[in-house]
Design a protein around this ligand. Structure first.
Ligand SMILES: Cc1cc2nc3c(=O)[nH]c(=O)nc-3n(C[C@H](O)[C@H](O)[C@H](O)COP(=O)(O)O)c2cc1C
Length: 144
């Protein structure tokens, strides 16, 4: 079985304000956690009120299928691939989809990765996103 990892970012286009967007994030996480186990997909979804940045890992067929579905979702736009490659192992083996809200509380962790202020995923490599998400997953109080 070939294990693949895919990293992308997108611009959210959910209606309303911050409370509605956070509720929308929860809905997406619920859908992900319901669907991903059947595809053996794990990963992390970062949200900073502007962008989604997501890491998907699992069997290459499943990753491609789920990504294809996600890319057509009208809750976001400008879906841009940062990385899609085979990998030896998973970084988030225990998470069918970990959710992380980026904000004031995560500022110090983010700064350790050389990012000051808001995270602009367009300026990151796939590996940098994975490293940041892994660090957040073990440190942040904002995992949802
Ligand atoms: C940013 C974002 C990330 C998503 N991630 C996943 C995911 O990891 N797994 C998944 O099944 N659906 C994900 N979705 C939702 C899919 O696009 C789609 O709505 C969902 O899979 C449909 O599932 P359902 O038929 O069970 O409702 C995501 C959507 C968005 C906007």
């Amino acid at each position: 079985m070939t294990l693949a990892r895919l990293v992308y970012y997108s611009h959210h286009r959910m209606a309303g304000g911050e409370q509605a967007w956070i509720a929308g994030l929860h809905t997406i996480l619920e859908q992900s956690r319901r669907n991903n186990p059947a595809y053996d997909i794990t990963g992390a979804l970062l949200f900073n009120m502007t962008h989604f940045t997501q890491v998907l890992e699992g069997p290459s067929d499943g990753v491609a299928e789920i990504y294809d579905r996600i890319a057509r979702d009208d809750r976001h736009t400008g879906v841009t691939l940062l990385q899609h490659q085979t990998v030896d192992g998973r970084v988030f083996p225990d998470w069918s989809m970990g959710g992380m809200l980026l904000g004031r509380e995560t500022r110090d962790i983010i700064a350790r990765h050389g990012i000051n202020g808001s995270v602009d995923p367009a300026g990151l490599t796939g590996d940098a996103v994975v490293a940041l998400a892994a660090d957040l997953s073990t440190n942040t109080v904002q995992c949802i």
